[in-house]
Design a protein around this ligand. Structure first.
Ligand SMILES: C[S@@+](CC[C@H](N)C(=O)[O-])C[C@H]1O[C@@H](n2cnc3c(N)ncnc32)[C@H](O)[C@@H]1O
Length: 226
């Protein structure tokens, strides 16, 4: 039989044990939350395509864009990326912007093959994470910057080459700012034209990945009106 004093001392100990456990769980939960919200994805997530876990991660951490992308991610086939960069005639001193950079294939290829500086811009945090990994894996972090931004809000006036794979109406929305770029700036768009701006050239390409014919539109600033 326990007397009153022993009982209350046992109850106090139980309570303080519970409090300590609650505090520990709270600290662990807080640390996990801080990690999830503030730290980049660990490398074991590194995949060319976002994994199920990665999608779940972005859903749970609500790091999905406040304003959604204007067009979904569809990568330009690598053969077309290579050809577009050839057509851009990249040279030392060029600064390439890929507006809506997806997995960063344009900026990584430009830096790796031509040694030029490049900026990849995307509004989707998942694409930013993919691009950053791509940059890191390819060892071009000294040349490439990945920016999480809305291309319609971004200052890209230092560009000398711009690559696009958006939609015709998005190209048209970008037109006023593209037109203000330095004379001689090359603009290349995969698949889509830019109504009102006469392309300097249009080339067809049939990459093995898609097995269909695509167009590469090219302009140089200032372009002729259509
Ligand atoms: C068709 S993909 C092209 C990806 C890459 N440029 C390529 O050619 O492989 C378009 C990309 O634009 C991004 N995007 C769409 N709207 C955007 C916006 N307003 N600002 C920044 N990025 C945007 C999407 O998240 C997507 O990654």
């Amino acid at each position: 039989m326990l007397d009153g004093t022993t009982k209350s001392s046992l109850a106090r100990r139980r309570l303080s044990g519970r409090l300590r456990m609650t505090a520990l769980v709270g600290v662990l939960f807080g640390a996990a939350l801080a990690y999830v919200c503030h730290f980049p994805l660990p490398d074991f997530f590194a995949e060319a395509e976002p994994t199920y876990l990665e999608r779940l991660f972005f859903k749970l951490t609500k790091t999905s864009p406040a304003r959604g992308p204007d067009v979904i991610f569809v990568p330009t086939p690598q053969a077309a990326v290579n050809r577009m960069l050839e057509l851009a005639e990249l040279k030392p001193g060029d600064v390439l912007y890929d507006l809506g950079c997806g997995d960063g294939r344009f900026v990584v290829t430009a830096a790796k093959k031509y040694g030029v500086r490049a900026a990849g811009v995307d509004i989707d945090p998942m694409r930013i994470a993919q691009s950053q990994r791509n940059v890191k894996t390819n060892g071009v972090a000294h040349l490439v910057t990945i920016l999480k931004a809305d291309i319609f809000q971004l200052d890209f006036s230092d560009a000398t080459v711009v690559t696009l794979y958006l939609l015709p109406e998005l190209n048209v929305r970008l037109m006023p700012r593209l037109a203000q770029l330095k004379p001689g700036t090359r603009i290349l768009s995969f698949d889509f034209d830019m109504r009102g701006a006469k392309p300097r050239a249009v080339e067809e390409i049939r990459p093995a990945e898609t097995q269909r014919t695509h167009r590469i539109y090219q302009w140089t600033v200032p372009w002729e009106p259509e």
